[in-house]
Design a protein around this ligand. Sequence first.
Ligand SMILES: Cc1cc2nc3c(=O)[nH]c(=O)nc-3n(C[C@H](O)[C@H](O)[C@H](O)COP(=O)(O)OP(=O)(O)OC[C@H]3O[C@@H](n4cnc5c(N)ncnc54)[C@H](O)[C@@H]3O)c2cc1C
Length: 558
Amino acid sequence: MIKHDILVIGGGLAGLRAALEAHLRGADVAVISKVHPIRSHSVAAQGGINAALGQDDSWEAHTLDTVKGSDYLADQDAVEVMCRDAPGRVLEMEHWGTLFSRTPDGHIAQRPFGGAGFPRTCYAGDRTGHNLLHTLYEQVLRAGIRIYREWLVTRLVVDEGRCTGFIAMHTPDSKLEAFGAKATVLATGGYGRIYQRSTNAIINRGYGISLAYHAGVPLQDMEFVQFHPTTLMGSNILMTEGARGEGGYLYNRLHERFMSTYAHDMMELAPRDIVARSIQIEIDEGRGFEGGYVHLDITHLGEKKIEERLGGIRQISIDFAGIDPVKEPIPVQPGQHYSMGGVPCDVNGATPLEGLYAAGECACVSVHGANRLGGNSLLDTIVFGKRAGEHAAGFVKGITMSAVDAYLESLVREKQAISDLMGEGGGNFAVVRDELRSVMQQDVGVFRHRDGLQRAVDMIKELRERGRNVRVKSNATSFNFELLNAIELKGMLELGQVIAEGALAREESRGAHYRTDFLERDDEHWLKHTLAYQTPEGPRLEYKDVTITQFQPKRREY
Ligand SMILES: Cc1cc2nc3c(=O)[nH]c(=O)nc-3n(C[C@H](O)[C@H](O)[C@H](O)COP(=O)(O)OP(=O)(O)OC[C@H]3O[C@@H](n4cnc5c(N)ncnc54)[C@H](O)[C@@H]3O)c2cc1C
């Protein structure tokens, strides 16, 4: 058995920042990740990170934009914390070595992003996540923090109502091991890959979120799924919002800049939910191009600016669509992008389960509410990663490690669960997974309706039954991807069910959750967070109040 005071599950920005902070506060901390940390999805973030650094800008203005963008579902006290902490966290990353793009006079450059009243998004070309993640990884290496890589955490250990560690599989040899901790930080990222069209890496399956769900923690606001307006037609690789921030236009097949119909003032820089719906309407009403896409045109920006600020997406367009955006518009369509919901926690990362903290995309603090503004997620990872690490370090001071028996019992149960998965006959994980992705895309997508949502719920229940019958035929002990996929499938099905049932129950349109049978936001009945509890029959939904401090809900207009 392996023991540390604090174990951080996840080597993305949130996990590394939490680990670094816990270490700086004197805790014995280690990171565990199913891939090498710099292959975490944070590395792919393109457009930038928000902080009110400008002289005319303020954390209060950032708070208002975020709350409005969230369609008033974000907890305003949490948003205040994030926006206040933002400049400090971003400058700290700069001092640790992140090479942000600069203005001619040497300040950190900031570009406009959707839903923001001020150019507030700091960026490193269009490779911001890459630069941030490498900086943090260097700091973690410098601190000598132990990293267990290529370990898949499969189950949390709960002993007398407290999370005391987990069971994980070492993927190079398929061995199971118990890890003991006084505090565990969940920083496992999003679940994008339960959708057919997603900007997320294939490792983003949300299994970390389902670990908490299994341990008895309810999941919060899972029906709020962000669809990015501009993903590359076909592969759905992200075309950063920075492209519109730098002045890119959206055109339909008739060469109309159609955003004037939907967001007259902010045009292409309206928040993501609005732009994604606008594009989808153009496509659905026949004004898109054949195959279901519109054009994102940046040709007028010129080669120099495109190379300097959007070089990454230029190369992606050339490599994956054979289109050079210097010369031609990019074909784009909406795709799943971000998980607003997740494991509920307070501003210090504490979840309802003692000893378990959460940070980053797997967590729901909630600062993004019903719709996240671009540039706020990278910020969320480092602000709340730091806070989770800090508070976990304080928590472990008064705690003793659990007795070995609890771990051994979990280890035995996990060994049995995995051996039950092996064998001939039964179904194949890929068939069930692909059907799940397809129903999520079709019926729990940009536009939702009772009939489609009911169909999705019924279908997912059936898929869960079939999922129980999935068997792994490969006996490979080294990197048995069939086994890893089969293990994670269970979590994907559960999250799909929570999302679909939450969306079916929420009879209103708010942020990214848009019901064609309930077109308006309904604050009287639905200004509340959803909590989904695991039961053998499926999720049980409960609701809790949203924290409103300064800003009373108003109609969103852009
Ligand atoms: C293409 C793209 C571009 C983006 N661009 C921006 C942007 O410009 N600005 C912005 O603010 N946001 C952006 N986002 C969102 C942002 O990048 C992510 O929300 C954020 O990076 C998530 O960081 P994280 O640390 O929470 O998770 P991740 O970086 O996804 O890391 C998750 C970690 O958990 C580990 N893990 C998961 N499950 C397990 C398990 N069971 N056992 C062990 N380890 C596990 C993984 O190995 C990984 O190390 C973008 C997202 C995408 C998809």
